[in-house]
Ligand binder design. Structure first.
Ligand code: AMP
Length: 282
């Protein structure tokens, strides 16, 4: 495995591989790897000839006062884990390689970026769309792997790739969880032990929603109310939103029908956590 820090070198490697008939898989990350990241890499390894993982804590997706400086980092450990699952290249640029002085272009995916997490983080998804757009240009892979844990990110990236005509297929990968159900996240380390115990509220609320829908409930208000009942049992968890919406446009639903995204966000101590599930409602 090789670590590359310059855009031109990275693009050259990918272009030569594609000219030689290879399929390239891209896995964008901010590092501090856990099993969720490794699952994306394994999936790319299984489906592509050449696997490129990017490791970049992207400043444009953090607002002032968010956790850019505190974001956990451990490059040597990440390098070993990526190598262990058979990654070919890690692209780990410095911030000024990605955003040289004078950079001023932002990619804005309207509509999808302002709802759900976009309410608390109004500039976040334009930062994500901008960096992913740049990564698609630097690493013109045929397939790009994203975790379903960040469902809104998947929706934004799919829209951006379609709208800007990137010939890449976006592959969503199911959420990897801790044994008690908590979705794995680099930010889980921000929680104190008692907070960590209560963080199961998110996945438990989703399980309660699933159970209700499976028993025949189709009213979104009733499902959300059952989810709020779960949160009420966990005082350390401050619910930010529950969204019951379609999975493409993220428009809220009154009645559950078809592919339904049920998503939650909550604050637990220093951590802001998100989780979701997709339901196929007949
Ligand atoms: P991050 O480094 O947190 O930006 O995440 C990099 C990629 O890994 C994103 O596509 C995330 O959606 C994905 N990811 C993060 N956590 C998980 C998880 N628990 N299961 C599956 N994918 C995940």
């Amino acid at each position: 495995m090789e670590v590359i820090s310059e855009k031109d070198e990275m693009r050259g490697i990918v272009e030569r591989a594609k000219a030689g008939g290879l399929t390239v898989g891209l896995v964008p990350t901010m590092g501090y790897f856990h099993e969720g990241h490794l699952e994306l890499m394994r999936r790319a390894r299984a489906e592509c000839d050449l696997v490129v993982v990017t490791l970049f804590v992207n400043p444009t997706q953090f607002a002032p006062g968010e956790d850019l400086e505190a974001y956990p980092r451990d490059f040597e450990r990440d390098r070993g884990l990526a190598e262990g699952v058979g990654v070919d290249y890690v692209f780990a640029p410095e911030a000024d390689e990605m955003y040289p002085a004078g950079s001023s272009t932002r990619v804005e995916v309207e509509g999808l970026s302002g709802v759900m997490c976009g309410r608390a983080r109004p500039t976040h998804f334009s930062g994500v769309a901008t960096v992913v757009c740049k990564l698609f240009n630097i690493i013109p892979a045929q397939k790009a792997y994203f975790g379903q844990k960040d469902a809104q990110q998947v929706a934004v990236v799919r829209r951006m790739a379609a709208d800007l005509d990137f010939p890449v297929s976006i592959v969503p990968v199911p959420t990897v969880r801790e044994p008690d159900g908590l979705a794995m996240s680099s930010r889980n380390v921000y929680m104190e032990p008692d907070e960590r115990e209560q963080a199961v509220a998110l996945s438990e609320s989703l399980a309660a929603a699933r159970e209700l829908v499976e028993s025949g409930e189709r009213d979104a208000g009733a499902v959300a109310a059952a989810m709020r009942d779960v949160f009420a049992r966990y005082p350390a968890v401050e619910l930010e939103y529950i969204s019951i919406c379609d999975n493409i446009f993220l428009r809220p639903l009154d009645e559950l029908e078809g592919q339904v995204l049920v998503a939650v966000a909550a604050r637990v101590g220093r951590a802001r956590l998100i989780d979701n599930m997709l339901l196929d409602v007949k």
